[in-house]
Design a protein around this ligand. Structure first.
Ligand SMILES: Cc1ncc(COP(=O)(O)O)c(C=O)c1O
Length: 445
């Protein structure tokens, strides 16, 4: 055994941190009196202006959907920004529910709880195309029927020009945890639904650019553009946004594609939305929450070092680990009764783009004879095999008993594995340990 193996951790491994590129970028900034003056001062509310511009250009190129710096503000990552979105655009006395696509990124739940929504988080099941839209429609209707809140009570006055009645949260591309990618038609349906019910769709678009062909022999440059985000569709679908604020915000992050310690992300929405978001109280007082790091990211985008690092290091490394993991899954876990459960193949959901895999995670259903024992297996794995993995019940929506009931029949029987943290050899060993855990459990040893 090579020591502890953690297939739960969704962190990029330090061996691929772009230290050299960050060093070069920081040196460009700090050796220039003009750049260092601009990056060491309190940042503008919407963030370091050159970074807003370079991020907008980069996003326009990868999504094939033109955007401008007016649509973008700099954030200190997707987590901090989710908090800010809730602070600016929701009020527990007015906003009815937070709808979370389930299985859910579990660390988002406490952010919603801190914003005052305890007891009002609701799960919405995924289907094979990434979202059970009819379930969501019926649930929204029901919620509206029983809503007692008609007017905002706490956040009144000109400071709060827009509050939403509902928040819908998810990870449409290479979802954490399910690995699913939502189909184009589901995305369109979601935009229409959000408009109908005065909902804001918040998408953590943090894995989108980490894509590689499902066939290892295909050239990475043949991948085509990244699927349109919900925010792209809100801009264009049925004559475009419904009002100044729109019904979608893309919550982006450099955590998964540079390094989490950078603490830089971006939000993209309508100009009115990003302006209001950047006026959150703590930013008005302290300026952009990540000014100097954003200036480094700008240098990396402007010089192309980030794009090169992604295509030459990050994607090939993850791609190699992904295939190592899948070969081991096919060889060791599938014969034991595991099933790969990541929804419809990408090709079926985005037919023009060809088959792709990507992101950080895959989701497997446990063999039926042990499928109700995910938590127990995870703790045995840690104790006896020095192996950590995430089990399905971790991804329940906090405080929603219906979600818990659905988990018992569905996603709770799964495990989530990540290829982001370990080398391919360690990943293979991790899968072998998981296979041994299941065989030994069956044998009662
Ligand atoms: C879906 C999702 N959102 C947000 C985050 C955290 O993002 P950040 O580091 O930008 O706060 C993660 C990290 O695992 C994630 O998977």
């Amino acid at each position: 055994m090579t020591g502890h193996i953690n297939l739960q951790l969704g962190w990029p491994s330090p061996s691929i941190f772009p230290s050299e590129q960050v060093l070069q970028a920081s040196s460009n900034v700090l050796t220039s009196p003009k750049k260092s003056a601009a990056s060491l001062v309190y940042g503008p509310d919407a963030g370091y202006a050159p970074a807003r511009d370079s991020i907008a250009k980069w996003l326009s190129s990868i999504y094939n959907s033109p955007t401008t710096s007016e649509n973008v503000c700099i954030t200190n990552g997707a987590s901090g920004n989710l908090d800010n979105v809730l602070a600016r655009f929701t009020e527990p006395g007015y906003t009815r529910n937070i709808w979370m696509i389930e299985p859910s990124y579990f660390l988002a739940c406490p952010i919603f709880l801190d914003a005052g929504f305890e007891g009002r988080l609701r799960g919405v099941p995924e289907d094979e195309e990434g979202l059970d839209v009819e379930f969501l429609r019926a649930a929204l209707k029901e919620s509206e029927k029983s809503a007692t809140q008609q007017e905002a009570r706490l956040k009144t006055g000109p400071r709060y020009k827009k509050l939403y009645k509902h928040i819908i949260y998810g990870v449409p591309t290479f979802s954490n945890p399910s690995g699913k990618t939502m189909s184009l038609r589901r995305r369109q349906e979601l935009v229409r639904l959000a408009r109908e019910f005065d909902a804001l769709v918040v998408t953590d678009d943090v894995y989108d650019v980490l894509r590689w062909p499902q066939n290892p022999d295909t050239d990475v440059s043949q991948l085509g553009s990244v699927p349109p985000r919900i925010v792209d569709l809100d801009r264009t679908l049925d004559d475009g946004v419904k009002d100044d604020f729109g019904n979608a915000v893309s919550n982006g992050s450099f955590s998964k594609i540079i390094a989490p310690g950078m603490r830089v992300g971006w939000a993209e929405g309508t100009p009115a939305f990003t302006l209001a978001l950047s006026q959150v109280g703590s930013t008005r007082s302290g300026g952009c929450p990540t000014q100097i790091s954003a200036s480094f990211v700008h240098e990396m985008l402007e010089t192309g070092s980030l794009q090169e690092y992604l295509s030459k290091t990050v994607i090939p490394t993850f791609r190699e680990r992904y295939y190592a993991m899948f070969e081991a899954i096919e060889a060791k876990l599938v014969p034991l009764g595991f099933e790969i459960s990541v929804g419809k193949p990408y090709e079926a959901t985005f037919p023009t783009n060809g088959q792709k895999a990507g992101g950080y995670f895959t989701y497997l259903t446990l063999p039926s004879d042990v499928s109700g024992r995910g938590a127990e297996l995870a703790s045995l794995g840690l104790r006896d095999y020095d192996l950590k993995f995430a089990y399905g019940d971790m991804f329940q929506v906090d405080g929603d008993p219906d979600c818990a009931a659905r988990a018992a029949k569905g996603f709770g029987k799964g495990v989530r594995l990540s290829w982001a943290w370990h080398s391919k050899e360690e990943i293979v060993e991790g899968i072998e340990r998981l296979a041994k855990l299941i065989s030994d459990t069956r044998n009662g040893s």
